[in-house]
Design a protein around this ligand. Structure first.
Ligand code: GLU
Length: 427
């Protein structure tokens, strides 16, 4: 049944339409790729610490499973809604195909504010959610993981509830678990590490010297936190960083270890000694060479894209740049390494975790890091080759690329998904 698509979800499908034009895909195939296979909405009554019952709404969306079981995180955030989860699930299908791991795309979420909930409330909410969606998840069906607002502890509670219901110990139902429950080494820092490998490749192929390069980062959560350390070690200068409270700017560069200590003590980077205070969005338009948006979606829009100074943007967040902003950036010659490539390190190490759970045999930090580097570097090369070779008229743009890296990533991913759907006889 073709349900009317909302603007939010419709907007996230735009790069699919661009890729479909290049691939000459029929409109019915685009329609099939645009429609999530399943969307589950659950009501979760939770006993709060004050003794009252509060009902939360939770979601789990399976976008496409032609290439393998659905895979994608669970988000806890006040702005979570079905449309957002649908977009995030769609991006997971594309992301998993870009890096060539054998999964389709899925995503889940609960509309809640985890920052205002006690540990006990979060545990009861998570157990309720796991029980409500247990029949739809499993190591061969749909494999959740963390996303914004969730962490390894939440994965542990989810696993416990699932194990009670399924009656057998199958740790591969969820990834990014604590090490003691079969988590993988390197998973905690994997998304940031992947962003780093993508930045290295981009700097190499586009000729941006990393020594002395000025870096601005929006976000200081699980994805962003390790990135300043990796880049600083190569001689980059971290000139701007922000979190949800505010930001810090210092054109001379900031010490990432001291920044991490300061954030741990004060809960924000705002007020870091020697820096000027900034707003959360200010790193996006700060004077820098490389910009890493690693917070939430729709941060770079047609309103601020013209003010972006970076030559290279590497998307740590999912969906930080709108289509209109993409066009502005492309025309002025900035290179955007898209989310579906740049932040795929997290789900890649989730895949490694699932493989290790199935084998019951575990890899060292070095093995994980080396395998992650190979996956990220190969995927980057694939997308870059497509961006250089695709034939369209680009005479209007100040660009070394025939199409932007996002369109190229979607072209490589959509090709793989369509091939799998055709081989299954679904289209
Ligand atoms: N939430 C992460 C993402 O958006 C990781 C998903 C996973 O590991 O399954 O890619």
């Amino acid at each position: 049944m073709a349900e009317k698509k909302s603007n939010l979800y419709e907007e996230s499908l735009r790069p699919l339409k661009n890729a479909a034009d290049i691939l000459n895909l029929e409109s019915d195939i685009v329609e099939a790729l645009s429609s999530p296979e399943r969307a589950l909405i659950v009501s979760l009554p939770v006993k709060m610490d004050n003794g009252r019952i509060k009902v939360f709404e939770g979601y789990r969306v399976r976008h496409n499973t032609a290439r393998g079981p659905a895979k994608g995180g669970i988000r806890y955030h006040p702005k979570v809604c079905l449309d957002e989860v649908k977009s995030l699930a769609f991006w997971m299908s594309i992301k998993n195909a870009v890096v060539g791991i054998p999964y389709g795309g899925g995503k889940g979420g609960i509309t809640c504010n985890p920052k205002e909930m006690s540990l006990g409330e979060l545990e009861r909410l998570t157990r309720g959610y796991a029980a409500a969606i247990a029949r739809c998840v499993g190591p061969d069906q749909d494999i959740p993981a963390p996303d914004v607002g969730t962490n390894a502890q939440i994965m542990g509670w989810f696993l416990d509830e699932y194990l009670k219901i399924s009656g057998k110990y199958d740790a591969g139902v969820i990834t990014s678990k604590p090490l003691s429950l079969g988590g993988s080494r390197g998973r905690n820092t994997a998304t940031g590490r992947g962003v780093f490998f993508a930045t290295l490749e981009a700097a190499r192929v586009f000729g941006i010297p990393l020594k002395g390069a000025r870096i601005a980062i929006q976000g200081y959560g699980n994805v962003a936190r390790p990135i300043p350390v990796y880049l600083h070690d190569l001689g980059c200068k971290i000139v701007a960083v922000s979190d949800s409270v505010g930001g810090a700017y210092n054109p001379e560069g900031m010490n990432p270890m001291k920044l991490a200590d300061f954030k741990a003590k004060t809960r924000s980077v705002k007020g870091f000694p020697g820096s000027t205070e900034m707003d959360t969005a200010d790193p996006l338009t700060a004077d820098c060479d490389i910009l890493i948006p690693a917070a939430l979606e729709n941060q770079i829009t047609e309103k601020n894209a013209d003010d972006v100074k970076a030559k290279l943007l590497v998307e740590g967040a999912n969906g930080p740049t709108t289509s209109k902003a993409d066009k502005i950036l492309y025309e002025k010659g900035a290179i955007v390494v898209p989310d579906v490539l740049a932040n795929a390190g997290g789900v890649t190490v989730s895949y490694f975790e699932w493989v290790q759970n199935r084998m019951g045999y575990y890899w060292s930090d070095e093995e994980v890091d080396e395998k992650l580097k190979r996956v990220m570097t190969d995927a980057f090369k694939d997308v870059y080759q497509t961006a250089k070779q695709t034939q369209i008229d680009t005479s209007f743009a100040k660009q070394p690329l025939k199409v932007d890296m996002r369109t190229a990533a979607y072209v490589t991913a959509v090709r793989k998904i369509v091939e799998a759907m055709q081989a299954l006889g679904r289209i």
